[in-house]
Design a protein around this ligand. Structure first.
Ligand code: HSE
Length: 422
């Protein structure tokens, strides 16, 4: 079957009309419990959690131990379950489960963004072969219906640009640092205690989590399947009050922004970094654990979606929306994959870099420097995006902090000449 063939709609259930659909829930962490309590409070939702599989026996859980079983495979094999909801923490184990469920023609809902970002082409292929249906609204921006909006509503319209705050935890930390003059570490502890953060907080703070989400957005917005490591991700682990003050001195805030953009030559680029955001942007007022996405479409113009991006109930709400969509026969169509634009990284981005390691400035090889402050140890200027991608681990290791101004340009003639003569 062609990889661009339309996807079949979700198959009909054997459950009689009017009966609730039986859910096999795999994982009972923040999202699994969020979904469970939502369904408890909505007895007429049309869904019931029939079986729950977890990894660890004997953990203290809010339900009797008899509700849990340890073999997720048994749920995959249980044809009396109408749908499987996969919400475990481990991306590789999740991929094995979801891929096997699709091979068996099952309906699956997942929230596992890291797993999806690494394996999306394979999972789409399985669906195109007519094997099952997979929805994952909960994987991007919690409660915001952005994937379905891009896939179904904007499936026929070219998009100029998407910019978004896709990670609630880092946004929470930045908000607390800005409003209360809070330090980074206590703000992170607060985000963790509220259940927004990943088990490994570096996924949030070093922007690996929003990078996965940007990969998923690129597939639906442009039809382009990116490998996560192609996309620059820089986070806020090195941020200090100096950086917040620098942004404030310009009348701006620092936000971790994912930018996906169609270039004049038709290619697309994607990157996730801290960025200066001014009051003219709808993202300026997206604070705490909220997420926001600005969609700029060729004909519709600008649209802005804002909502809670993390937490058990908002994310559980997105899972519930996917369950309802499956019941109506909905499946993603990935409508832009047939004419997917190529990915571009031969660009220069304007950044603010604060570091006490002068050699990082040499390493990044700025093509132009517009501002330099010795006392606060920062420079502002243009660097090649590929240099940032190549040296992102070094920047992280040395605690450097990078913020994009938002300006992007084709790689400069001077840099090209240097490359040719090298
Ligand atoms: N850790 C994620 C966040 C959870 O903070 O946004 C939602 O994907």
């Amino acid at each position: 079957m062609s990889t661009n063939a339309a996807l079949p709609l979700a198959s009909a259930s054997s459950t009689p009309a009017g009966q609730p659909w039986r859910i096999g829930l795999i994982g009972f962490g923040c999202v699994g419990q969020g979904l469970y309590t939502i369904l408890e409070q909505q007895p007429a939702s049309g869904f019931t959690v029939a079986r729950i599989a977890v990894k660890t026996a004997g953990k203290v859980r809010p339900l009797p131990a008899g509700r849990f079983e340890l073999d997720a495979g048994a749920l995959l094999a249980d044809d009396s379950l109408d749908v499987l909801v996969e919400v475990i923490d481990d991306p590789e184990a999740a991929f094995q489960l979801v891929a096997e469920a699709l091979r068996r023609g099952r309906r699956v809902v997942t929230a596992n963004k890291a797993m999806l970002a690494c394996h999306l082409p394979e999972l789409v292929r399985l669906q195109r072969e007519g094997r099952g249906t997979l929805l994952y609204e909960a994987a991007v921006c919690g409660s915001i219906p952005v994937i379905r909006t891009l896939d179904a509503y904007f499936g026929g319209e070219p998009l100029r640009q998407l910019t978004g705050i896709l990670n609630g935890s880092s946004n929470y930390v930045l908000t607390r640092m800005g409003e209360a003059g809070s330090e980074y570490s206590p703000a992170l502890t607060e985000a963790q205690s509220q259940g927004f953060a990943e088990t490994d907080p570096a996924l949030d703070m070093a922007a690996f989590d929003p990078r996965s989400k940007a990969v998923l957005l690129a597939a639906h917005a442009y039809g382009t399947f990116l490998r996560p490591e192609q996309v620059l991700n820089l986070g806020i682990e090195g941020i200090t009050a100096v950086d917040i003050a620098f942004a404030a001195s310009q009348g701006q805030k620092i936000k971790v922004v994912a930018g996906l953009q169609r270039l004049p030559d038709g290619r697309v680029t994607a990157l996730v970094t801290p960025q200066l955001v001014g009051p003219e942007s709808p993202l300026y007022t997206v604070d705490h654990e909220f997420n926001g996405v600005v969609i700029e479409a060729d004909f519709a113009g600008e649209q802005f979606l804002r909502g809670r991006g993390a937490g058990g109930h908002p994310t559980g709400s997105a899972v519930l929306a996917d369950l309802a969509a499956l019941r109506q026969g909905f499946a993603y169509q990935y409508p832009k994959t047939a004419e997917a634009p190529a990915y571009a990284s031969d660009l220069e981005v304007e950044i603010y870099l604060r570091t006490d390691e002068d050699r990082l400035i040499d390493l990044l090889d700025f093509s132009e420097i517009s501002e330099e402050a010795d006392e606060d140890e920062y420079v502002v200027g243009y660097v090649a995006l590929e240099n940032l991608i190549r040296h992102r681990d070094t920047l992280r290791t040395y605690g450097a902090f990078v913020v994009r101004t938002g300006r992007l340009r084709p790689i400069s003639v001077a840099t090209l000449l240097e490359e040719v003569s090298a």
